[in-house]
Ligand binder design. Structure first.
Ligand code: ASP
Length: 438
């Protein structure tokens, strides 16, 4: 029998209805043996996620504001869930422990992690699976970095003792002192991927509330087509540009073990979802592009200087200046005597004049031009690098839509063409590209 690791996100475990769906999904396939869960998410639009309330409790305590009632609300929610599922669990003593830890001044990581911990206890009992705590298995070093090999060994040794288990996502512990440490927000995705790697799963199913990735943002393009298959590489490019369904760091553990990740929808389990695999698989209906993603909020600084190309270290100096201002550069397209740097406007943080001053003094350019409020759009697809005329089609579509391009860049892997457009043209540009290729 094969083995699947399934991670259920906050919306899949938010209330009784969702928990029943989750149980049915797990019960319908005996290979679904290791389950990673998030804390309960929103039950309705205006609701608040348990993790957010837990952080709120912590910040109330830090500001010496009352937090008892907030903590009580959280507990009531867990108690009601357990009671409604007919489970006999001693949650009251868990509550006492947590309340005591809060009084003693526990860390924000500890209190936030209790959302997943309590939920995993309840779900394990509901499914009749073993509960396996992530504490002591998911290990971090003193700098807060995941200790990959140690974690891998610890999880695989522990899970070898359990035929079926539920593991809380989102946290682990420091190896040196056993204190709780969480991943960044949305980190249960990472736990799922780590568990999948540790047990050598056939597939890592990531259950959420959408049927995988769409070719474009549905807020911009009407009914975009779903992406059925995508390679890790393509996904990385899209996620970097803002397409978010899966935590970025969740890709690596599955990728090193060559485990496909299948994004599935708890509310529509029959939908195939998106399968993320190591390599791009060519098929008869292979499309040229896989997806389009973009972000607003960039500033482009174009620098012109005659004979720049023969001035050694010019680009290095630009990067040095940006580094002095703690700014990351996103792209740096070059011409013979021009260089443009694309920087996130939030990194510039109101210091544009100072940065330009530094450029002026240390680079002595002939001219500089600044384009504020720019957007970047990435058109991604492994199918591109075997076909001619893809960029001509893309640029033609933008020209027909009367969108002015300020920057063009294609990575050497030829799976990505990035264009910079004015912020006001962002939606028009994405729609024009989608219509040209989808
Ligand atoms: N509960 C955590 C969060 O809301 C982690 C997760 O759901 O993956 O970020």
């Amino acid at each position: 029998m094969g083995v699947k690791v399934c991670k259920f996100g906050g919306s899949s475990v938010a209330d009784l209805i969702q928990l029943k769906k989750t149980k049915e999904i797990i019960g319908s396939d005996p290979e679904r043996r290791y389950i990673v869960v998030s804390a309960p998410g929103r039950r309705f639009e205006e609701d608040i996620k348990i993790t957010d309330v837990l952080y709120l409790c912590h910040s109330h305590r830090e500001h010496k504001l009352p937090y008892d009632q907030l903590l009580q609300v959280i507990f009531d929610r867990y108690m009601a869930t357990a009671a409604n599922l007919g489970l006999r669990l001693d949650l009251a003593s868990e509550y006492d422990v947590i309340r005591e830890k809060m009084r003693e001044g526990c860390s924000a990581d500890y209190i936030a992690s209790r959302g997943e911990y309590l939920n995993a206890l309840i779900i394990a009992a509901y499914l009749g699976y073993d509960f396996v705590d992530a504490a002591g298995l998911v290990l971090f070093n003193s700098k807060g970095r995941l200790m990959e090999e140690e974690t891998n060994e610890a999880i695989s040794a522990e899970l070898a003792k359990h035929e079926r288990a539920v593991i809380p996502g989102f946290y682990g512990t420091y190896a040196e002192n056993g204190e709780v440490k969480t991943f960044s927000r949305g980190g249960s995705d990472i736990t799922g991927s780590i568990v999948a790697r540790a047990i050598g799963a056939d597939v890592y199913e990531n259950w959420t509330d959408v049927s995988g990735f769409l070719m474009a943002d549905p807020r911009i393009v009407k009914d975009p087509k779903p992406i059925q298959k995508i390679s890790y590489k393509e996904l990385r490019e899209l996620s970097y540009m803002g397409a978010s369904v899966l935590h970025e760091d969740a890709i690596y553990p599955a990728r090193v073990a060559n485990i496909p990740i299948n994004i599935k929808n708890t509310n529509a389990p029959e939908d195939p979802g998106t399968v993320i695999t190591a390599e791009h698989e060519e098929g008869p209906d292979d499309s040229i592009i896989t997806g389009i993603a973009g972000k607003k909020g960039f500033t482009v600084i174009a620098i012109y200087k005659n004979m720049m190309s023969s001035e050694r270290g010019f680009v290095r100096r630009i990067l040095g200046i940006l580094d002095d201002f703690n700014c990351n550069f996103e792209h740096i397209p070059c011409g013979v005597d021009t260089v443009s740097v694309v920087v996130s406007t939030s990194d510039i943080d109101g210091r544009l004049d100072e940065i330009l001053d530094a450029f002026e003094k240390r680079l002595e350019p002939d001219e500089m031009e600044v384009f504020e409020d720019m957007a970047l759009i990435a058109t991604v697809g492994c199918g591109m690098n075997r076909r001619k005329g893809v960029s001509a089609k893309l640029f033609g579509a933008l020209a027909d839509a009367e969108v002015n391009m300020r920057m063009i860049e294609q990575g050497s892997s030829e799976i990505n063409i990035i264009v910079g457009v004015e912020g006001k043209d962002f939606g028009t540009a994405v729609r024009a590209i989608y219509d040209a290729f989808a």
